[in-house]
Structure formats: C-alpha cells, structure tokens
Design a protein around this ligand. Structure first.
Ligand SMILES: [Zn+2]
Length: 109
C-alpha cells in the first residue's frame, strides 16, 4: 500500500492491508485505487480532531488534556486511528509506559 500526505508530499510508507482497511473504515483515509490509500488528516489535523472530539477532556481522569493517547498501544497491535486514539492529559499519557506518541506519529512521516 502507498499513500500521499494531503499537503502533496508523497508518502511511500508501506502499510499492511489490515491497517489500510482500518484507516479507511474509521474514516481516517480514503481509497485512491487498489494499491493506494490517502490519509485525510495530517498529524496536526489528526491530533486537533481527536482533542476537539473529546472536548480536551482526558479520557482517563477527566482533567483537561492536550495530548492524544492510544487505547491499545501500538506495541500491542494498536493503530493510530480515530477509534484507537483518545484525548489524554500529560500526566496520564506519560504514565502509560507502552505509549510513545512521537514515535507513532513519526511512523507516518
Ligand atoms: Zn488524565
């Protein structure tokens, strides 16, 4: 699978078909053709969208949050999709040892 970022930069990361399917199903990407998907959101837009959806409220403790976290850590097979990501405060985010958001986002660069 291949994709393009929406600012026109080509994105040649190979993704496995299951992830591609998940991204499309959760409306994070659209199918361009049989071999290419295109992500709808850039990393910043994605983060903004999750925070807006959750009203900047930490999923774990209910305090104000401005970071996003994965419900199922990527190390355990979770993907960076709208369904798997929630708003989290700094404290809760950092207390989750398996989660490294920067690493997740870099995986999409
Ligand atoms: Zn919290």
């Amino acid at each position: 699978m291949r994709g393009k970022t929406d600012n026109g930069r080509r994105w040649y990361q190979e993704v496995d078909p299951e992830l591609a399917y998940t991204l499309v199903r959760e409306s994070a990407a659209v199918v361009v053709n049989r071999h290419t998907i295109r992500r709808i959101y850039g990393n910043k837009e994605f983060k903004r969208m999750i925070l807006a959806r959750d009203n900047n409220t930490c999923y774990f403790c209910g305090q104000f949050g401005d970071t996003i976290d994965h419900l199922l850590p990527r190390s355990k097979g979770g993907h960076t999709t709208p369904v798997n990501c929630v708003c989290a405060c700094n404290e809760c985010n950092q207390s989750k040892a398996n989660t490294d958001l920067d690493e997740f986002l870099l995986a999409f660069e």
